[in-house]
Write a protein that binds this ligand. Structure first.
Ligand SMILES: [Zn+2]
Length: 519
């Protein structure tokens, strides 16, 4: 009896200790990342400007910036009138507009785990592809947080890329909405579509993120009605309709490398059956690659060009699947920037699944073939004139905030885009998509000075986009020391016990995560 009592006491004490440790982890204060000094005026001397629209390099130009707007570009020396102007020697450097990652997923911890890395990698704008329902989620962020971050960036209170468009929650029909939320989010019936649009308009959202299981009739209505609320639709190809139809209905962007593969193979119709599409997809993967019908794909690509529908192939996600059994691919040096919680509790399962797939006799080499096929289709689509945007799908497995955009640019050139065309996809093409191209997307007079100074010319080798000398954003100059500080900040915080407890706690508490593990 005494022994039992003692054992119980030990168990209770251990449990209390554990609960206390976790509670401390949750409430442990987060460090604050303070933006460096802001300059009202900045002068970059004698820099080579990469004109992303034409591919010309304007050599040895002086660039004057006032209140984060480029106000003068001159081939002769610009004289400083104000002693407080920051002067940067640009000799031998190359100036490009800040890069935009057009497919990301931020969460409540992004200010610590992702934002510093975006800036350190020259990513000054992102289109986040997830959102919330009618209340704050413990894990995902919505338009409210993102707009607040944007405002704080402009007030010089926060280090963050600009969130260039605001997404809704990924709309995916009945199963993606947890109990206790308004039923219109399910859009089971087309009558609910207007309530959904009205709601997101009120949330200052720009687009409805489409996910694959969205009911067909509701999708049609959503596509037709979105514009009257000042919204558009973007995201996955809806499963129950053809890509052709979705393009005709006006979906403005399509995500991921598989969209043409889904459509241009003999069994495409089998994927449109609402009862078995997941199963059908698994069974069809081989045929999608082997029996790919380029004629069909070309027809849809031409239609996309005509309707100005954009494609974000997010090749990094397919690349991960293709190389999930490759040790050297998996030993990425940027893993040190990723929280333990994410690596162990999310990525490791994904790696294991994909590794098993890759080595199994029935699907060996299939993911690699899928990735290679997607790259060929990027070239096909681009040649036809489909606008391509750079997206990485951060925080998907083995994608790294900021770093991955440079890999995606390399993959785009390996697909067949020129260095200039790849650079355009992350700058002017993306800015045009958002209709913010009067302010962003190129180094020009009157445009925002969200800029990256490179040590080498990216038109000679696209991997030079990662040879970053410094970043200028919102009047703040991130030189090599500051860039190192940003990286060190995230590296340090991502390994902290309390950070990992917070990530885990927010993850487990999210009703959205429980029903929809979206990409
Ligand atoms: Zn995604």
């Amino acid at each position: 009896m005494k022994k039992l009592f003692k054992t119980l006491k030990i168990i209770l004490l251990t449990l209390s200790f554990l609960i206390l440790t976790i509670a401390i982890g949750i409430i442990w204060p987060m460090p604050k990342l303070v933006p460096p000094v802001k300059y009202d005026t900045v002068l970059i001397k004698s820099i080579n400007i990469v004109e992303v629209k034409t591919g010309h390099v304007l050599e040895k130009r002086d660039v004057f910036i006032r209140e984060n707007i480029i106000t003068k570009i001159d081939s002769s020396e610009i004289l400083i009138e104000d002693a407080n102007t920051l002067v940067i020697d640009g000799t031998g450097k190359y100036l490009i507009p800040g890069l935009w990652d057009m497919h990301t997923h931020s969460n409540q911890h992004s200010p610590w785990l992702h934002h510093p890395l975006y800036i350190a990698n020259g990513v000054t704008g992102i289109r986040d592809m997830s959102g919330q329902l009618d209340r704050r989620d413990s894990y995902w962020v919505g338009s409210k947080e993102r707009l607040q971050w944007n405002a704080e960036l402009n007030m010089h209170k926060r280090i963050t890329p600009r969130y260039v468009l605001q997404s809704s929650y990924q709309i995916d029909g009945v199963s993606s909405i947890p109990d206790g939320f308004p039923s219109f989010f399910k859009i089971e019936k087309p009558e609910q579509v207007d309530s959904l649009l009205q709601f997101y308009k009120g949330e200052e959202v720009d687009f409805i993120k489409i996910y694959q299981q969205i009911p067909e009739v509701s999708y049609r209505k959503l596509a037709r009605r979105a514009e009257s609320y000042g919204l558009h639709i973007a995201g996955h190809k809806p499963m129950f309709l053809s890509l052709e139809e979705a393009v005709k209905l006006g979906q403005r962007s399509f995500e991921h490398g598989r969209i043409f593969m889904f459509e241009a193979f003999p069994g495409a119709d089998s994927l449109k059956n609402p009862n078995n599409w997941k199963n059908a997809f698994k069974k069809s993967k081989k045929s999608m690659v082997q029996d790919f019908n380029p004629k069909k794909a070309v027809y849809i690509m031409e239609l996309m060009k005509e309707k100005n529908a954009y494609w974000v192939p997010t090749l990094q996600t397919l690349k991960f699947e293709a190389f999930a059994d490759n040790k050297s691919f998996l030993s990425n040096p940027n893993l040190k920037y990723v929280s333990w919680a994410r690596k162990k509790l999310w990525w490791s399962f994904d790696i294991k699944n994909n590794k098993e797939k890759n080595v199994s006799p029935e699907s060996q080499g299939l993911s690699l073939a899928f990735y290679e096929a997607a790259k060929e289709q990027v070239k096909m689509a681009h040649d036809i004139g489909v606008p391509i945007m750079t997206g990485t799908d951060i925080t998907d497995t083995h994608t790294f905030a900021g770093f991955s955009i440079h890999n995606e640019l390399i993959d785009l050139t390996e697909s067949g885009l020129s260095n200039l065309e790849a650079l355009q996809s992350a700058t002017i093409v993306s800015a045009e998509y958002t209709k913010l191209d009067m302010q962003y997307g190129s180094v020009e007079n009157g445009k925002a000075a969200d800029l990256v100074l490179l040590n080498q010319n990216p038109l000679e080798d696209i991997s030079h986009t990662s040879k970053i000398h410094s970043v200028i954003m919102n009047g703040v100059y991130y030189d090599s020391n500051k860039i190192e500080e940003l990286k060190t900040f995230t590296e340090s915080i991502s390994s902290k016990f309390h950070m990992n407890v917070k990530v885990l706690y927010s993850f487990l508490n999210s009703p959205l995560i429980r029903v929809q593990f979206a990409d």
